[in-house]
Design a protein around this ligand. Structure first.
Ligand SMILES: *Cc1c(COP(=O)(O)O)cnc(C)c1O
Length: 378
């Protein structure tokens, strides 16, 4: 038995795997049947995320919604404010630069969440057309987009008042939040936070397949999307106005099995209750941090209130063993967890406790293996 505790893709339950394997038809031919599933899933997401606007569920894995959102709302020369305290924040800045936007970065210490007041001051100063923020960050020192890797370092950025400030102090600024690795595992009210573009994917807390790119879109964001008319595989525009009463047309054959599997995954969350799921993540994360410290490990995130309920980053005890040795020995003991990259490579490793992996006994089992491997080097 291999125990996988990586911060995504997370392990799919038997029910989700079964739904993934069900025979489905062609979404282009059995259009009504396909869209009936699509709209059920959209409605479930709206309830789970507290969002009253439309949610685009596109084909492609999570990165597609990052590119799709930026391509759909940015024009060359637009001022974009990127909040950077990790690799994905840096990634957004890089992507926006590639799109010839005028990029302004608000930096903060990578071991801490951002201070919303600093972001609000920058919003007032620069009047951006877009503000990007990564809710649960994923640091590494790697700068190129090609090297973007899913390295949740377990730091949740507070959103307090940023959406409101954008509406108050900018001409037509939009608020983009990447909540891929936090959504469903933390309290998140997309309507209340005034998030115009909220990005998520099924392979993290939902423990669904690595095959869909999802975006919550407000009417303000749709206006910009219609104005820009960006077309491409990742474009949001073809989903504009999609409803049971509109012509049901998409520019590609959608991934129906992935929709079915994600429906099963989202249903599991609704059945357990979204508050109960959030409470389970908080409890398991706290247990993970306390147990890790009890075993003599050191936490990467410096401020507990900013620590993510979905992943815990720990320092490699490099005085005892290197990450290369540790990783190999953990694998030999049946444990796979996440390493790190760039400037953090070799110094930080991560336990993903999201979705099906937000389970105290799995976390305990993983930490016991880690402690045993480290002890054999002292
Ligand atoms: C996982 C993740 C993504 C999407 O990456 P994938 O390639 O779909 O796994 C985007 N942003 C963040 C913060 C993530 O954690």
């Amino acid at each position: 038995m291999v125990l996988r505790m990586v911060p995504g893709p997370t392990s799919m339950s038997a029910a989700v795997r079964q739904a993934y394997a069900e025979e489905v038809g062609s979404p282009d031919v059995e259009t009504e049947e396909f869209f009936s599933d699509y709209f059920v899933l959209e409605a479930t997401f709206q309830r789970l995320l507290n969002f009253s606007g439309s949610i685009v569920i596109g084909s492609g894995e999570g990165m597609v919604c990052l590119w799709g959102a930026l391509n759909s709302v940015l024009s060359p020369g637009d001022t974009v404010l990127c909040v950077v305290n990790g690799i994905f924040g840096e990634g957004f800045a890089g992507m926006a630069k590639d799109m010839k936007a005028n990029v302004i970065c608000v930096h903060s210490d990578w071991t801490q969440g951002i201070d919303p007041n600093t972001v609000i001051a920058a919003i007032k100063e620069h009047n951006p057309r877009l503000v990007t923020l990564v809710h649960c960050e994923t640091p590494s020192g790697v700068k190129s987009i090609e090297a973007l890797l899913m390295l949740e370092l377990g730091i949740v950025n507070p959103l307090d008042g940023i959406g409101k400030a954008i509406r108050e102090y900018t001409t037509d600024g939009l608020f983009l939040v990447d909540f891929v690795s936090s959504s469903f595992g933390v309290v998140l009210n997309v309507d209340e936070e005034l998030i115009d573009l909220g990005l998520f994917a099924p392979q993290k807390v939902l423990s669904g397949p690595c095959a869909l790119a999802c975006t919550t879109v407000t009417e303000r964001a749709w206006e910009r999307i219609r104005e820009l008319k960006y077309q491409g595989y990742d474009a949001l525009l073809p989903f504009d106005g999609l409803s049971p009463s509109s012509p049901l047309l998409l520019p590609y054959t959608h991934n129906w099995p992935a929709i079915r599997a994600t429906m099963a995954a989202a249903n599991a969350i609704e059945t357990e209750g979204k508050e109960a799921v959030i409470a389970r993540h908080a409890a398991v994360a706290q247990f993970c941090r306390e147990e890790a410290v009890r075993l003599g490990l050191e936490l990467y995130c410096q401020i507990i209130e900013h620590a993510s309920p979905t992943v815990t980053a720990l320092k490699v005890p490099t005085d005892k063993l290197s990450w290369e040795v540790m990783e190999k020995e953990l694998k030999a003991e049946g444990l796979i967890c996440g390493g790190s990259y760039g400037s953090l490579y070799g110094n930080v490793f991560r336990i993903g406790h999201m979705g099906t992996q937000a389970n105290g006994s799995l976390v305990k089992e993983a930490l016991d293996i880690i402690a045993r491997v480290i002890a054999s080097h002292t």
